[in-house]
Design a protein around this ligand. Structure first.
Ligand code: GDP
Ligand code: MG
Length: 598
């Protein structure tokens, strides 16, 4: 029967090892996309993904493969991101599949996220099919990588297909292995419906579009369905698959990966990880769903224009449907007004959220400096979790402050171990272990404060190892640290949104650095602006933004109309991502400056 001809698999790998390009070749080879519609990394369909050349969202497509055994198989392929900030997309994709293609770059070998993704796939008991890609590169060493996959990951790589996604080598052999090795889905077509929601997106016309993997039963338009955890009932309006354009189907059945709409307008009812079942004859229990992701960093998100607060709330609700890892709750700041405290999985995630909110919802936003969550043991014996530095209690109320530490795993060629250790040490890291991956590369494990690695650690790591190091990390525990809050005063007013936490040892130096950075970043006004850094009442640094000498805006009223329009346009662009605090305009960079270290 039909189920036997279905194969559900994800493509996983370290970033840049060629997942999306392999997906391109698969789409081409199976004639899923016409030649004239083909473009590189076709499944990276968000503007942001194309501009940055990275995959941010999982993307599920259905395709038909005519195998050598004479049967036509229905493949559901899910392309996934490789960056550590988006691993939640990977784990959700894997839960919808029976198999995972593990792509390893023939020149780079096994990297930190290769391992991290393998562990995710093993957690879900998936069949892992290793592929060695980019064999066209002069520096490719496929046999060395084959051994590395066996030694480091511990999976059999004897049959690993050698591919060049770029030149279309090995693609058919890979597809044949998918047919042979990935188990067909099981599931009873006559059982009550159980479908896992692994993603969702808001559509103005159709309401919420759910991406589902059906595990038991069938679903078709007209069915009354219940979302089990939110306990809400709807009538299905449409089901279908993406190929990669949406194609309507009469029904979806156990084993299928597709989409479902049911005129769901109340966004807060839908949760990724929830189970869809029949309203009348429901399943006994919901599918296991997903572990909630705990954000790594928090930052304030504020509309540049205070009147846009409600627009921002609506935008966040809608974006959350498509970004299950995003968390938010309202907060207010004396300096910035009303906004949201948002939780992110890392800096790239934060950056992507800000960009998507601005592009997809036409907002102009300011994000404050990201902060980790501190655990404050207070003198009254209560414990306070502080996600916003400005909410750090008075020094007299604090017994100790603890901060989150991560276990960082850094894979790097031998010759850079010294540089890596120096960097980690400088970031308050504690050396744990070092394992040899092979004769050339090691895996160095450090325990480090999360606050030291969220901002520019990865960039520094890359530049001190000529791009050869790869990094993965996971939260380990909380440890006490000697931390202080530093406040920034502009024009003698404390700007709460610029407060940050620093290790006491570096506090004065950081205070001075930041005061001088702000002096460069904050535009001059027609009056002097003193910039101060303070710990409590003690001023630790002071500088002044000079007044500008000439009124440049007066020029706008003279020149010809063309020039004037251009100037106004330029001024408007300059105003983007800028927030007026009292009489001072603070640009976005100022909020990030408190994180930069030299
Ligand atoms: P992903 O991050 O794993 O999705 O990787 P992409 O598919 O976006 O590819 C990353 C880069 O590697 C792109 O510049 C691709 O053109 C390139 N690439 C992918 N596959 C191959 C290959 O087989 N050979 C070569 N030489 N380059 C490849
Ligand atoms: Mg990709």
């Amino acid at each position: 029967e039909h189920q036997k001809l279905i194969r559900n698999f994800s493509i996983v790998a370290h970033i840049d090892h060629g997942k999306s390009t392999l997906a391109d070749r698969i789409l081409e080879m199976t004639d899923t996309v016409a030649k004239r519609d083909m473009k590189d990394q076709l499944l990276d369909n968000m503007d942001l993904e194309r501009e940055r050349g990275i995959t941010i969202k999982l993307n599920a497509v259905e395709l038909q493969y005519h195998a050598k055994d004479g049967h036509t198989y229905e493949f559901h392929l899910i392309d996934t991101p490789g960056h550590v900030d988006f691993s939640y997309e990977v784990s959700r994709s894997l839960a919808a599949c029976e198999g995972a293609i593990l792509v390893v770059d023939a020149a780079q070998g096994v990297e930190a996220q290769t391992l991290a993704n393998v562990y995710l796939a093993l957690d879900d008991n998936l069949e892992i099919i290793p592929i060695i890609n980019k064999i066209d590169l002069p520096s490719a060493e496929p046999e060395k990588v084959r051994k590395e996959i066996e030694d480091v990951i511990g999976i059999d790589a004897e049959d690993a297909v050698l591919t060049s996604a770029k030149n279309g080598i090995g693609i058919e052999e890979m597809l044949e292995q998918i047919v042979q090795k990935v188990p067909a889905p099981t599931g009873d077509l006559n059982a009550p419906l159980q479908a896992l929601i692994f993603d969702s997106v808001y559509d103005e016309y159709r309401g919420v579009v759910l991406s589902v993997r059906v595990f038991e039963g069938t679903v078709q338009p007209g069915d009354r369905i219940t979302l089990m955890n939110s306990n809400t009932t709807y009538e299905v309006t449409e089901v279908g698959v993406n190929s990669p354009k949406p194609i309507k189907r009469d029904y979806l059945m156990a084993g299928d990966v597709g989409y479902l709409t049911a005129s769901i307008k109340d966004i807060t009812d839908t949760r990724v990880g929830d189970t869809v079942t029949n309203a009348k004859d429901p399943a006994d229990k919901a599918l296991p769903g997903y572990r909630e992701m705990a954000p790594m960093v928090y930052a304030g998100l504020y509309p540049s224009d205070n009147a846009k607060f409600n627009d921002l709330r609506e935008a966040l609700e809608k974006l959350k449907l498509n970004d299950a890892a995003l968390e938010y709750e309202p907060e207010s700041s004396q300096a910035l007004g009303f906004g949201f405290r948002c939780g992110f999985l890392g800096m790239l995630h934060m950056d992507v959220v800000q960009e998507r909110l601005e592009r997809e919802f036409n907002l102009d936003l300011i994000t404050t400096a990201p902060s980790v969550t501190y655990r404050v043991n207070q003198t009254d014996d209560t414990v306070l979790m502080v996600e916003n530095p400005s909410e750090m209690p008075e020094v007299s109320a604090i017994k100790t402050i603890e901060e989150p530490y991560v276990k960082a795993s850094i894979m790097v060629p031998n010759e850079y171990v010294g540089a890596v250790m120096e960097l980690c040490q400088h970031k308050r890291g504690q050396f744990q272990t070092m394992d040899y991956l092979d004769d050339y590369r090691v895996n160095v494990i450090y325990k480090m404060p999360l606050s030291e690695i969220i901002y520019d650690f990865f960039d520094k790591l890359k530049s001190s190892t000529r791009g050869y190091a790869s990094l993965d990390y996971e939260i380990a525990d909380y440890e006490p640290s000697d931390l202080v809050k530093i406040d920034i005063l502009l024009n003698s007013d404390k700007v709460d949104a610029l407060s940050f936490i620093s290790h006491r040892e570096f506090a004065e130096k950081r205070g001075r650095e930041i005061a001088s950075k702000l002096k460069k970043i904050i535009p001059r006004q027609n009056f002097e602006i003193p910039v101060q850094a303070a710990i409590g009442a003690k001023i630790i640094a002071r500088t002044t933004i000079k007044a500008y000498r000439k009124d440049v805006t007066s020029k706008i009223h003279t020149g010809d109309p063309d020039r004037r329009a251009k100037l106004l346009e330029k001024q408007k662009r300059g105003k983007k991502r800028m927030k007026s605090v009292g009489t001072v305009d603070i640009p976005q960079e100022a909020f990030m400056a408190v994180l930069q270290t030299d």
